[in-house]
Design a protein around this ligand. Structure first.
Ligand SMILES: [Zn+2]
Length: 372
């Protein structure tokens, strides 16, 4: 195969692929956008694997994945006594991957294998590669120290993956990049508490959305998963979505990996994703800029948008020196941006944007109602 086509699968595999793309950009400075296709797949040139700087990637001080010995995530993946150039030979051999009809990989659902002559050549050169390849061909601590012991407890998304199930040589490699896809959220006490990854049925969407999530987080430090996803989707709609319209009707979920090892999934309701990915709704919400309003949309409390608008309008038509204590408290409770609240005319403008937003939501819901 001169090209290897990868289809989105369960979240762990998806995170592995997205993390690998990230590593290509970081280490080999390869522009990966061209590998991301409109149909949601990733198409990798097979000769890419022979070009990887494996020493820098996995064995240097600045390595992007620790795989040797007592590594934190990929425990005993590679033995310290093994010649590291053998790992380079294994990775390079992935360019010869073929699909067979023999085994089905429990991670990607495909049947990739290194053809027998190439496999024999590898093992002849480095006999211990036989031990390595057989070790990473089942799902255990080598492929994920945190996940492997309790894999059966996560029915959600990891559909057919069980501890001990069969893993193909491509997934054995891709999975050591999954951690690169996750964003660490820092607690109020300054510690990393949760890592998050946005999972979707398109690699292109995952690539851009996870990048936006990281960008939004570094700018706004929103540590609530739902709000972080909400703001990221708004930016996605305004900046990327034009080419990705067909993917707006899909499941988007956030995988949250907590420090204690538990994993949560937040699935964004379809109708909310549909709203946030509408360019007009996204622009209005971005213009409004208030979390209180975004939360109403995320929680589908649409009528509260009108109620807020009416109350703010009633205050805005008064002079500022006529605002009572309760009115000021109400404003401060719901609005944080001074451009929205510091003058009566700002309040009036803010309220009219809320009415426009509500009308737009109604219009979109009306259109959907007619479609049914
Ligand atoms: Zn596989």
């Amino acid at each position: 195969m001169s090209e290897i086509v990868l289809y989105p699968s369960n979240w762990l595999y998806n995170a592995g692929v997205v993390g690998f793309l990230h590593s290509l950009q970081e280490v080999e400075k390869i522009q990966v956008e061209g590998f991301l296709k409109e149909d949601g797949t990733v198409v990798l040139p097979a000769n890419l694997f022979a070009q990887l700087n494996w020493d820098l990637r996995y064995f240097s001080e600045t390595r992007l994945a620790a795989i040797t010995g007592q590594a934190k995530i990929y425990r005993n993946y590679w033995q310290p006594s093994w010649d590291k150039s053998a790992f380079g030979a294994y990775v390079a051999a992935l360019e010869n991957l073929r699909e067979s009809s023999l085994h089905s990989c429990s991670v990607c659902g495909r049947n990739f294998e290194i053809p027998e002559p190439h496999l024999q050549a590898l093992v002849q050169r480095f006999s211990f590669l036989k031990t390595f390849l057989s070790g990473v061909s089942t799902f255990d601590v080598r492929l994920n120290m945190m996940l492997a012991p309790s894999i059966g407890e996560f029915p959600n998304s990891l559909w057919n993956l069980r501890s001990g199930s069969c893993v193909c040589p491509l997934c054995s490699f891709l999975l050591v990049h999954q951690h690169l896809s996750f964003l660490e959220l820092i607690d109020s006490d300054g510690k990393a508490s949760t890592s998050v990854f946005v999972n979707a049925p398109s690699f292109k969407v995952m690539w851009y959305l996870n990048r936006l999530v990281k960008e939004v987080y570094s700018r706004e430090k929103i540590s609530f998963v739902r709000e972080l996803l909400g703001v990221s989707l708004i930016e996605f709609a305004m900046r990327v979505n034009a080419q990705l319209g067909m993917w707006t009707k899909m499941n988007i979920e956030v995988v949250s990996w907590k420090r204690d090892g538990t994993i949560d999934f937040y699935v964004l309701p379809y109708q909310v994703a549909d709203l946030l990915l509408d360019w007009r709704v996204a622009s209005l919400l971005s213009d409004i800029g208030e979390f209180s309003v975004l939360k109403m949309v995320l929680e589908e409390r649409f009528y509260e948008i009108v109620e807020l608008g009416e109350k703010i309008m009633a205050i805005g038509i008064k002079r500022k020196n006529e605002w009572g204590k309760q009115e000021k408290a109400y404003i401060n409770q719901h609005l944080r941006l001074s451009r929205n609240k510091d003058r009566p005319d700002n309040l009036v403008n803010f309220a009219s944007r809320l009415f426009s937003l509500y009308a737009l939501i109604q219009e979109k819901q009306g259109v959907k109602g007619n479609e049914r």
